[in-house]
Design a protein around this ligand. Structure first.
Ligand SMILES: Nc1nc2c(ncn2[C@@H]2O[C@H](COP(=O)(O)OP(=O)(O)O)[C@@H](O)[C@H]2O)c(=O)[nH]1
Ligand SMILES: [Mg+2]
Length: 442
């Protein structure tokens, strides 16, 4: 999977790397090719449009990282946006506060549900859990036998009843059994059909009501392309999914489903199946997949290193400033921007007294607006004012307020709070922020 796409993207970036400075036209040309490559890989058109728009905006406004060439900067942005499309961060399974934790697997027939139930149970067993498999797909005796055989192979208990027993009854009894065996996880393999239909949804809804599972995981065959994406939306609207498991990622599909499904459905991908064997299964790491798709492992490693050195240099500079209390509004502004990014440089924020707590305390939604306001005020100051806020008198204050669309009181408040922050730094107080500083952004 992804080979064709990966080759095409590599070609685009190689061409870009052969240039020095990149203008708007170079970026647009490259992005046009990226867009085509993604569409050919069967990525949902909305996802493609959104993705290229984000990359374009960021590329044009890219802050110049001296250690990177323009092409490397674009690769960095593409990589980051690819990760954002695939879903940021690793997706963990939800543990129940009252064990056992329960995962219910749903999906169409043939998508790999039964195999995946066994794979997931084995994965949990390897991480020290005690799983119980439940054969709730009991419409066909063969389906039950398949799970029982897998359980025997893996030495994992399987709860089963006679074929034809209602799924919800099997599950109810299985929970009693789970208590008896003192297992920590219950993995339920449910009945699938060839197509989504009402009886299947009704049955799954009932099973879910009885089980109250912490995880409702849709197993999707990544080979089915955009059908998989539509299916995820439908299952999600009926059952409220907590995660996706993409199977057959070892196949030769173009990869469009994998790249679109998270963005379109909003449901995180938690695991991927990469083969028929029971251990061909892994947690889903968006960054790893992104770097595989970009096919530029070396370049990405280089970029990571360059960024790290860059951050370290900045941390050292800031440390010195904090120590000598020459930390000014200019530094404060760049801090605010770091807080807004909260990305790889979050540790920078941790270094400043209270800044990370402050960032955490900002109410959702307010954050962006308030930070922008503070940013606007500082931007309306002259370099001299930023360096030495004490020179800001009444008329300067009015000018700054006009320039940033706030009231002179707002400017005053910012200055007072900044002064207190400076004082705190001089005293070397870390971590705690007095209540009167908390108001800074809200
Ligand atoms: N190549 C490959 N085959 C898989 C994967 N997961 C499942 N399969 C195969 O897909 C077929 C259907 O799997 P099964 O678990 O019976 O699907 P179910 O009907 O949803 O329970 C079987 O032949 C599995 O071996 C995978 O990740 N990679
Ligand atoms: Mg099955």
């Amino acid at each position: 999977m992804f080979e064709v796409l990966s080759d095409k993207l590599s070609a685009v970036f190689r061409k870009l790397s052969s240039r020095g400075k990149l203008g708007e036209k170079d970026i647009d040309d490259a992005l046009r090719q990226v867009r085509l490559a993604l569409l050919e890989a069967d990525v949902n058109f909305k996802v493609v449009k959104d993705f290229t728009t984000r990359v374009r905006e960021r590329s044009l406004g890219a802050q110049v990282l001296q250690s990177l060439t323009p092409a490397q900067q674009i690769i960095k942005i593409v990589n980051e946006e690819l990760i954002a499309t695939l879903g940021v961060g690793e997706s963990h399974l939800e543990l129940s506060s009252h064990p056992p934790s329960i995962a219910m697997l749903v999906g169409l027939q043939g998508c790999g549900k039964t195999t995946t139930a066994a794979k997931l149970a084995l994965h949990l067993k390897h991480s020290g859990q005690r799983p119980l498999l439940v054969a709730a797909d009991n419409r066909r005796p063969a389906a039950i036998e398949q799970l029982v055989t897998l359980g025997e192979q893996l030495d994992i208990p399987v709860y089963r009843e006679a074929a034809g027993t209602r799924g919800e009854d099997v599950c109810a009894h299985a929970l009693t059994k789970a208590k008896e065996l003192a297992v920590t996880w219950v993995i339920v393999d449910t009945a699938g059909r060839m197509h989504i239909d009402e009886p299947m949804m009704a049955e799954l809804t009932q099973v879910k009501e009885g089980l109250k599972p912490g995880e409702v995981l849709l197993v999707v065959d990544a080979m089915t392309g955009q059908d998989a994406v539509r299916m995820a939306e439908e299952f999600n609207s009926r059952l409220g999914l907590t995660g996706l498991i993409l199977t057959k990622m070892d196949g030769d599909a173009r990869g469009g489903a994998a790249l679109s499904i998270r963005w379109v459905s909003g449901v995180p991908i938690k695991f991927i199946g990469i083969g028929e064997k029971v251990d061909a299964f892994e947690p889903f790491y968006p960054d790893r997949l992104a770097s595989r798709i970009l096919g530029m492992g070396d370049v990405l490693t280089f970029i990571e290193k360059a960024e790290k050195t860059f951050d370290e240099k900045r941390v050292k500079e800031l440390e010195k400033k904090v120590r000598t209390a020459s930390f000014d509004l200019e530094d404060f502004l760049s801090q605010l921007r770091e807080i807004r990014k909260m990305g790889p440089v979050a540790q920078l924020v941790d270094m400043l007294p209270g800044a990370s707590q402050l960032a955490k305390r900002l109410p959702a939604g307010m954050e962006e607006k308030q930070l922008k306001k503070v940013e606007a005020m500082i931007l309306s100051m002259t370099p001299e004012e930023r360096h030495n806020p004490n020179i800001i008198d009444g008329s300067r204050r009015r000018r700054i307020a006009r320039g940033s669309g706030v009231t002179p009181q707002d400017v005053n408040q910012l200055l007072n709070q900044f002064r207190q922050m400076q004082k705190l730094m001089k005293m070397g107080i870390g971590g705690k922020l007095p209540p009167n500083l908390r108001g800074m952004f809200g």
